[in-house]
Design a protein around this ligand. Structure first.
Ligand code: ME8
Length: 535
């Protein structure tokens, strides 16, 4: 967009790369939408941004799913990526800059080089290991964290996350000397209090590392769906080591030095709580071992729950993202989860809550404000935005309210990843503007045909329209389609240019929308909801 700082490091945001054993569900979409809003926000700050997502395609979980479906793992992954994952991200308006797949050569070659390099540096050795393994997690478990099975699983030990029996694996494997990094990791957490977010996640990781780290088995020899260990092709690289490296291989590690330096490390790795340790312990240790810089922040989102249970591939509760977008629209979908749940906390989804918030906050507060203002500019000024010439105390309160909303939203969304707080700051402003119109009663002022009356009416409608101009900019990262409709209805592009080029820093500059623009009663922002579909 021209105003990007040349040569500056990109603000780099990542999502987890998701397993392709199944189609994406609400939980995956939650993390990916959050990353999209964060990266769009930073783009609108005028920063250079790199937003990465992708898919994790190796390991036993994928291999077994493919086998069960009678195809090769690669065929299975190709099908899921092209038929399920990429289409959903497009549907949800995810503006990722790249999509990495761990079966791509640009990834597999670089992963082999990375691991070979660690081996050459003496960070990897051969050893034996036997222990309980959960295929769902693709992770060895500690005996102490297992649950006792009941009913059909009586007498067996279960994974605490998947509640399925673990398997005892015994392998001769290659190990990464993770145990040597405990002190360095603790020192890093100490020196960088914002490294792990939220606080509860940080505490969990610190406690875990304080208990002492074991070396990490980084190869598998009981199956072959993975990247071969370069010096011993009877082994494949552990799927988590392979997967974590996507954050480096996707941005030019060992391949495009300029790109790598301009992008790496990530400013924010967005993850779910389930994969926090991989990102906050193993990944930084791998980078330390190579002398590479560490990411700025690991931000863990909480669980999306339905009916009190974590939403997962095996507990889909029957609701697909598309079921919600077809009812509420894509923008409302993007908005809802970030608005309803404090980021980092668990939160429940219910159809009733979504419907209630849609109607009161989106349709009534926001949508009606936009349509009322456009209708009045049409009715009283023939659709030509009047100039504001009679600003008084009420208008100054609106100007102040906007300044506050911009500062608050920018800090909360852009810096703190407090999406809920940031969205609320903007919606508080929307409420304030609604209150202003109710108090000023432009429909009554319109009856006063004196010059003073006309100036008041013009001022009220300009103030409301200019407020909406700012709201469109501030909500663009969250609801891009709606903001565009509003932008069109305000006739803003003719003088201010494209919506995507509007900067957050300028959103609060009062008076940017010039008088004289053509205001039209555009498309309804949030149509009345249909009856809830019956399952
Ligand atoms: O773990 N609530 O992939 P995955 C909130 N391939 N977020 C949820 C969620 C829920 N109920 N369910 C899933 C993997 N998520 C690895 C990652 S990264 C180098 C490798 C989100 O397909 C959340 O972000 O199991 C979680 O961490 C991720 O999906 C797990 O996706």
């Amino acid at each position: 967009t021209g105003s990007e700082k040349q040569g500056a490091k990109a603000y780099y945001v990542s999502t987890p790369i998701y397993y392709v054993n199944d189609a994406p569900h609400l939980g995956h979409a939650y993390t990916t939408v959050a990353g999209d809003v964060l990266s769009r926000w930073h783009r609108q700050r005028g920063e250079k941004v790199w937003y990465l997502t992708g898919t994790d395609e190796h390991g036993q979980k994928i291999m077994r799913t493919a086998e069960a479906n009678g195809v090769t793992p690669q065929e299975w992954a190709d099908k899921l990526v092209t038929e399920a994952w990429k289409p959903l991200w497009e549907h949800l308006e995810i503006a990722n800059d790249d999509f990495i797949r761990t079966t791509q050569k640009r990834h597999t070659d670089r992963v082999q080089e990375f691991v070979q390099d660690l081996y050459d540096k003496g960070e990897i050795y051969k050893g034996g290991y036997e222990g309980p393994y959960c295929v769902g997690c693709e992770e060895y478990k500690l005996p102490g964290e297992l649950l006792d099975g009941e009913g059909e699983y009586a007498g067996q030990k279960l994974c605490p996350i998947h509640k399925k029996p673990v398997e005892i694996l015994s392998e001769e494997n290659y190990f990464f000397k993770l145990s040597e990094y405990g002190e360095k990791l603790l020192a890093h957490y100490e020196a960088n209090p914002g490294f792990i977010q939220p606080e509860s996640a940080r505490n969990e990781v610190v406690n875990f590392v304080r208990q002492g780290l074991q070396d990490l088995s980084i190869s598998r020899s009981t199956f072959d769906w993975g990247i071969p260990i370069p010096w011993d092709d009877k082994h494949v690289i552990y799927v988590w080591v392979d997967a974590l490296l996507n954050y480096a291989t996707a941005v030019g590690y060992n391949e495009n030095q300029a790109k790598f330096e301009e992008t790496f490390p990530a400013d924010v790795h967005l993850v779910g709580k389930d994969i926090l340790r991989f990102h906050a312990v193993i990944w930084p240790a791998m980078l330390m071992a190579q002398g590479l810089p560490l990411p700025g922040k690991i931000a863990a989102n909480g669980w999306l729950m339905v009916g009190g249970e974590k939403m997962s591939k095996s507990n889909l509760t029957g609701i697909k993202p598309q079921d919600l977008t077809s009812h509420f629209g894509v923008d409302a979908y993007r908005w809802y989860f970030l608005r309803a749940i404090a980021f980092g906390q668990d939160g429940s989804f219910s159809w009733e809550d979504f419907s209630a918030r849609y109607t009161s906050e989106l349709a009534n507060d926001y949508g009606n404000l936009a349509s009322r203002v456009a209708a009045m500019v049409g009715k009283y000024f023939g659709g030509e935005l009047p100039a504001s010439t009679a600003d008084g105390e009420a208008e100054r309160a609106i100007h102040d309210g906007l300044t506050k909303a911009v500062t608050e939203a920018d800090r909360r969304i852009g810096d703190d990843l407090d999406f809920q707080g940031g969205i609320l700051a903007v919606f508080d402003f929307v409420k304030q503007v609604n209150g202003y119109i109710t108090e000023q009663e432009p429909w009554k002022v319109a009856k006063d045909t004196s010059d003073e009356g006309k100036a008041r009416l013009a001022t009220i409608l300009y103030t409301a329209a200019e407020s909406l101009r700012a709201v469109a900019v501030l909500l663009n990262p969250v609801m891009p389609e709606t903001s565009q409709k509003l932008w069109d209805s305000l006739g803003a592009a003719a003088s201010l240019g494209a919506l995507a080029d509007q900067k957050i820093g300028e959103a609060g500059e009062w008076g940017r929308l010039p008088a004289g623009t053509t205001v039209t009663k555009g498309a309804v922002l949030f149509p009345r909801l249909e009856e809830k579909p019956t399952a």
